[in-house]
Design a protein. Structure first.
Length: 76
């Protein structure tokens, strides 16, 4: 399963990242991961942004909740 996630950083920029894993078997898994699980934290969100759109995000990974999840769309 693959999800496309739109994240907004405190500077107002919007980053679109993708999360694909064979370990997701239910839409609820992805929803939980991003809304309440590990990927709800800034440190992991910054990894996705750094890897996929802007490498400068990858070098400083403090925990927090300043990166907002704007949308999450799941494709089978
Ligand atoms: Zn964290």
């Amino acid at each position: 399963m693959r999800a496309t996630i739109k994240l907004q950083t405190p500077d107002g920029q919007i980053h679109t990242v993708e999360d694909e894993s064979v370990y997701y078997t239910e839409v609820e898994h992805i929803e939980f991961m991003w809304r309440e699980g590990n990927y709800s934290c800034d440190c992991n969100r910054r990894l996705f942004i750094g890897r996929l759109t802007d490498p400068s995000y990858d070098d400083d990974l403090p925990c927090g909740d300043t990166i907002k999840l704007l949308s999450l769309e799941v494709a089978e």
